[in-house]
Design a protein around this ligand. Structure first.
Ligand SMILES: [Zn+2]
Length: 412
């Protein structure tokens, strides 16, 4: 008797703390970001929205090009397409990974797939103008080579090899970056790239984002450890990067090892993990024994060549890193620890040392499902992470709603 008498199952719309209504076009878009095509009916069922509302939202998203028709057969048959999917090519992102002596730059689509890239030897110590002018010049060159419209650039992400206050994008007393302290990196890049969003973070945080996005998106609690010239880590907590109050979370290189008290670190303290177990520290130990080694790449080369002393030192460095990580495991309880950075390319000895100590020193509950693995993204982690940082920011619900309100075509 009551059949069809205005009874609907749609949820009441409500306004979220950031001002967007639940399942605004921007919120609806989040469902489609997994890439799976859906029909209007499926979207209505998934959200509880009325079909007419879904149609309105889908039309706006289609006009913005952020989604597109997914059924090629239907779209060529003269009938309106019925399924829609995320269109990662709607816009693109410029991603930069600046190291101490080397810089990489890439254009990626909105799924963080690299479309074009470039790399160069570049000293970060040359100062912010020199380095960011390279990003400006090389970035515009890549955009031209890729045949993309400069107006479709969604944003610029950049990772720097030193502490960064993420909210302002300014480096804070970075030890190996003279001239960068307090420099307005965001403002400089926005100026050069038509006012698009520019986000800055330290290199380890963006590597953590990149590795998580590519290999561990199903592991909400991940720790990424970079072992290279220095040592640092990035923490993914509940699927998001945990930066801490000032952006300094994960800076584990200067935690003190109990047995390293006689070794002076470049930070002025003694016994820092980085002074004992980094690539630079191992290279110095090998050089003191008469071997040709001055960088972590030399250490990797010696280890790959089967040099026993290099392998032993790597194993011991793994144990030293493991001492600090055992404490981190108890505090943070990750389900996976990824070991990356140039020294991780030396083979299993480093990771074997880490595992040896972490599994012995941490409590059973924290280690029963804990995996300690090598990075799969290698030297691409930073580029992918810098892109992910921009994409996650710019494609969040409120930003998408804003983007579409600024696109007149979307309102038709
Ligand atoms: Zn130190």
């Amino acid at each position: 008797m009551l059949e069809g008498v205005g009874v609907t199952t749609s949820r009441p719309a409500y306004v979220q703390p950031d001002g967007t209504s639940m399942y605004s076009a921007g919120s609806l878009f989040q469902l489609l970001r997994d890439g799976r095509p859906r029909t209007r009916a499926e979207l209505a069922a998934e959200t509880g929205l009325a079909r007419s509302t879904v149609t309105q939202r889908v039309d706006a998203l289609l006009a913005s090009n952020l989604i597109g028709p997914a059924d090629k057969a239907a779209s060529t048959g003269g009938r309106p397409p019925t399924r829609f999917a995320f269109n990662p090519n709607a816009r693109y992102v410029l991603a930069a990974d600046i190291g101490a002596t080397h810089a990489r730059l890439a254009i990626t689509d909105l799924a963080a797939q690299v479309l074009a890239q470039s790399a160069d030897d570049l000293l970060v110590a040359a100062g912010p103008e020199t380095v960011l002018d390279w990003v400006d010049r090389t970035g515009h060159e890549l955009i031209r080579q890729a045949g993309r419209d400069p107006a479709d650039l969604l944003g610029v992400g950049i990772g720097l090899p030193g502490p960064v206050e993420h909210s302002t994008g300014r480096p804070v007393s970075p030890p190996i970056m003279p001239g960068w302290d307090g420099f307005d990196v965001q403002g400089y890049l926005q100026d050069r790239f038509g006012g698009v969003v520019a986000l800055v973070d330290n290199d380890v945080n963006i590597m953590a984002l990149g590795e998580h996005n590519v290999a561990w998106s199903d592991a909400p609690h991940m720790m990424f450890v970079k072992v290279a010239t220095g040592i640092g880590s990035g923490l993914i907590s509940d699927g998001r990067l945990h930066r801490g109050a000032q952006g300094a979370a994960g800076d584990m290189g200067h935690l003190q090892l109990p047995h390293g008290a006689d070794i002076v670190c470049r930070c002025g303290n003694t016994g820092c993990l980085e002074a004992v177990a980094s690539g630079a520290a191992i290279a110095a130990k090998l050089a003191a024994r008469g071997m040709q080694a001055s960088t972590s790449f030399d250490v990797v080369a010696l280890a790959r060549g089967g040099n026993i002393e290099a392998l032993q030192l790597l194993r011991q460095a793994g144990r030293d890193i493991g001492e600090v990580l055992a404490a981190a495991v108890s505090l943070f309880n990750p389900s996976v620890i990824v070991i990356g950075g140039s020294l991780s390319q030396a083979g299993e000895h480093l990771i074997a040392g880490v595992r040896e100590i972490v599994y012995r020193r941490s409590l059973p509950l924290a280690t029963q499902d804990l995996r300690i693995v090598q990075s799969t993204t290698g030297d691409r982690a930073g580029i992918i992470g810098a892109a992910v940082m921009v994409i996650d920011h710019a494609l969040a619900p409120a930003q998408v709603d804003y983007l579409m309100s600024a696109t007149p075509a979307a309102m038709s």
